[in-house]
Ligand binder design. Structure first.
Ligand SMILES: Cc1ncc(COP(=O)(O)O)c(C=O)c1O
Length: 451
């Protein structure tokens, strides 16, 4: 089995870093200027988490490609970490945005488009009632608030190494000395053990034990874990999750924000899951900020019974710009014309091709690596078998190797998602794009272990 020398990897990283600096003089210049007014030279903290030592500045993009300020074109397999899963600047969404923008952007009143969107969401996800926010984080926060209000229970249950946005309750991991704040959790309001129980994904016994006291308001779950790498549920896991949550009166919230890569109705639509609540954001409006949370009639009734309309604007659920006319118009156009069955088919076929390409190189060089795929999202792991849960996945992280694969790709015109080794594929990508990635991946492997 092929081995990677760490000293050699260090040397290669240095070579790629120089290459990166040489190719991006304009981005570097902008970065230096940006640092004088923006912390870290970026408008949002994570934009410094790329493989290069400074971010590339974007000039513009269309479909599966974008160009940076140095004139370099990239195949985009990051797609704004799912925010641009539709491909950049989809024509129909742009047209709807332009039309709406001329008529007004936000009124804090509904427009007719929102009814079309609500009816479409019913069809896609099988839940009858919908509300809107601007981010998936807010959708999760509001769903949790509703669940706590209805059940009058304190705890939320999440999986080890999950990610659901900047939701305070979810920043908890199983640490060597037991559950506690996740590493790097900035300014937690309280120790999350006071608000949250945490278990490993795919562990039915732990799920039963955690819910048996009847003090958990909701389980907040991705149907397939994606944020510590793609981890599929064991056969029967979702049935068990549904049964145990039902038996214990715990509300099941399925977060489809990344798993919407599975198909037009997400994993829920594809596998006929029956959550009580569902949340989703990111690509819904073609990149325009928009997110949703939906729920069953029973949840709607129980919530209504506790709602005092007089105080609803200070109840902790909602936001002035949520459900604004612009994001609703963009969402309607995106659902109607962009995130269609045929667009998914194309993107998923390309993702299968991507996974096969990477697998063929892993086989050729006898690497102890694997590839996992979910719809139009593929990912390679530096381990021989699939992790079954977040703890195993976290242990498999090789940050140096990640960084090298990302930087090597970036220097050859491919942008991977900066978190682990994920490629999300837009319907506008081509087989040539995917095959080019296979070639670059092979070149990276050759550089690491020789021929
Ligand atoms: C599963 C999941 N839920 C929610 C979110 C939060 O999305 P946003 O940052 O747009 O609020 C993310 C972000 O990565 C996510 O992966």
């Amino acid at each position: 089995m092929a081995m990677i020398e760490r000293k050699h990897l260090e040397y290669l990283l240095d070579v790629e870093e120089r290459h990166f600096h040489q190719d991006h003089p304009k981005s570097y210049e902008l970065y230096q200027r940006a640092r004088k007014s923006l912390q870290g030279g970026v408008p949002m903290l994570w934009m410094i988490r790329w493989a290069g030592t400074f971010p590339i500045f974007v000039k513009g993009g269309k479909g599966a490609h974008f160009v940076d300020v140095d004139g370099i074109e990239y195949i985009d397999f990051c797609l704004g970490d799912t925010g641009a899963m539709t491909g950049h600047a989809p024509d129909k969404t742009i047209q709807a945005v332009i039309n709406q923008i001329k008529k007004g952007i936000t009124y804090m009143l509904p427009t007719e488009d929102v009814i079309w969107v609500g009816e479409e969401l019913q069809k896609r996800f099988g839940l009858p009632y919908w509300q809107f926010t601007l981010t998936a984080t807010d959708a999760n926060r509001f769903a949790i608030r509703m669940a706590r209000e209805i059940t009058q229970r304190k705890y939320v249950l999440v999986y080890n190494y999950c990610y659901h946005g900047t939701v305070d309750e979810a920043f908890i991991t199983i640490n060597p000395d037991g559950p506690g704040p996740r590493r790097g959790n900035l300014g937690p309001p309280v120790n999350p053990v006071e608000t949250t129980k945490v278990i490993e994904f795919n562990d039915i016994g732990a799920l039963k034990r955690a819910l048996s006291d009847g003090d958990v308001a909701c389980v907040l779950a991705e149907p397939v874990m994606t944020n510590i790498g793609i981890i599929h549920p064991d056969p029967g896991y979702h049935d068990a999750l549904r049964n145990i949550t039902n038996e214990t009166g715990t509300i099941l919230i399925i977060d489809e924000t990344h798993t919407i890569c599975s198909g037009p109705g997400g994993y829920t639509g594809k596998f006929a899951l029956k959550p009580d609540m569902l949340t989703l954001g990111k690509p819904l409006a073609g990149g325009v900020p928009a997110a949703i949370y939906g729920y069953s009639s029973e949840i709607a009734e129980r919530f209504h019974a506790r709602l005092n309309l007089e105080d609803s604007d200070v109840g902790g659920i909602g936001g002035t710009l949520a459900g604004n006319a612009l994001s609703i118009a963009a969402m309607r156009a995106t659902l109607e014309h962009v995130l269609t069955e045929s667009a998914y088919e194309k993107a998923i076929d390309l993702s299968i091709r991507f996974a096969h390409g990477v697998e063929s190189i892993i086989e050729e060089f006898d690497l102890p690596w694997i590839v996992r795929r979910l719809g139009c999202r593929s990912e390679y792991w530096f381990r021989k078998t699939s992790p079954r849960n977040g703890g195993e996945a976290f242990a498999a992280i090789d940050s140096e190797l990640d960084r090298y694969m990302h930087l090597f790709s970036l220097n050859r015109g491919i942008l991977m998602t900066p978190f682990h080794n994920m490629a999300l594929i837009a319907p506008d990508a081509t087989e040539t794009d995917v095959d080019y990635h296979t070639k670059v991946f092979r070149d990276a492997v050759v550089s690491l272990i020789g021929k």
